[in-house]
Design a protein around this ligand. Sequence first.
Ligand SMILES: [Cu+2]
Length: 366
Amino acid sequence: MNRKDFFKWIAGGIGFLSISSLISFFKRNNDSSKNLICGTNTNFNTTNTTNQGYLFPSFGNDGIGAGPGILSNHSPYGSMVHPPAGLNRYTLSRFERPLSLSKSFSRQYLPAFQISRSIKTYEIHSIDKPLNIAHKIIFHGWTFNGMIPGPILRTRLGEKIKIKFKNLSKEPHSIHFHGTHSVNMDGWDPIPPGKETEYVIEAKPIGIHPYHCHVPPLAIHMSKGLFGALIVDPPEGRPPAHEIVLILHGYDLQNRGKNDIYCWNGIAGYYERYPIRVKVGELIRIYIINMLEYEPVASFHLHAQTFDVYRTGTKLTPDEHTDVVTLGQTERCIIEFRLPEKGRYMFHPHQIHMAERGAMGWIVAI
Ligand SMILES: [Cu+2]
């Protein structure tokens, strides 16, 4: 082989390698496109109903969720569990109260109540209801007023609230509030189906307190959706801020005492698809509660900005300044921060399996 032939041979080899690698690249991408449409995994087995009546997806190697890292068919930063079709950025507006909102909008943030003398009266009913909690996933929830989480109640320190509870579902349920109240109003005793009761609570201390059904087996009653939040403001109120409630919880789709998907505020993948929009520089206050069952610890982590943490919200001075706050079951906190520049700020639990299975979200500063 002379020198000219040698170079021809080398060039031919490179050409062959390039073409074969291009072919394998397209083949690989073509294969993955079978399961991916606009980042949405469509490989769902929607006819597979379990005896619990759930529809659940089969995607990834383990049947629920995806396989490891970037090799599986999803965005490495995206949620593998997508929200249902047909939602919009206002679907979860009851968890948010931007600074600029009119009174009519802020009423959505609070459930309807009547004030008689000094008592706010709320009507809360337990209702069995199928809910579309993720793309092609119907969950047969046990709900307060048809929603998971239940209504966000809000009051001021020392105000009396009356909760008229009616059990309209097939199982016994109750409402137990965290915080301080009369031991006779503790809500652990089951109210049978069709029956009703009243809980009267003098709201204290200030902060964010979960409420939930307290009928055993407790983990099932709670993870089925029977929980919500009570915000207790100081008598003088709180400084104006863009407020958001984020309640972390999971869904056990196969009734095996294990969370299959995770979410903030009831719908998996929602805040990834519909980021929370805030204004650059405005005060942001997030009320965070960990209502996850079956896992002892979860967290909230914000990217690119640190925040003040008020643990349980019971003080008006911050306990720490950080970028990740860890919460045991039913633990909660209030965080405050401002976003100094335009951009997309990611948030998620730092338990990555939770983030990757529906609990990843964005706050966009505009
Ligand atoms: Cu219950």
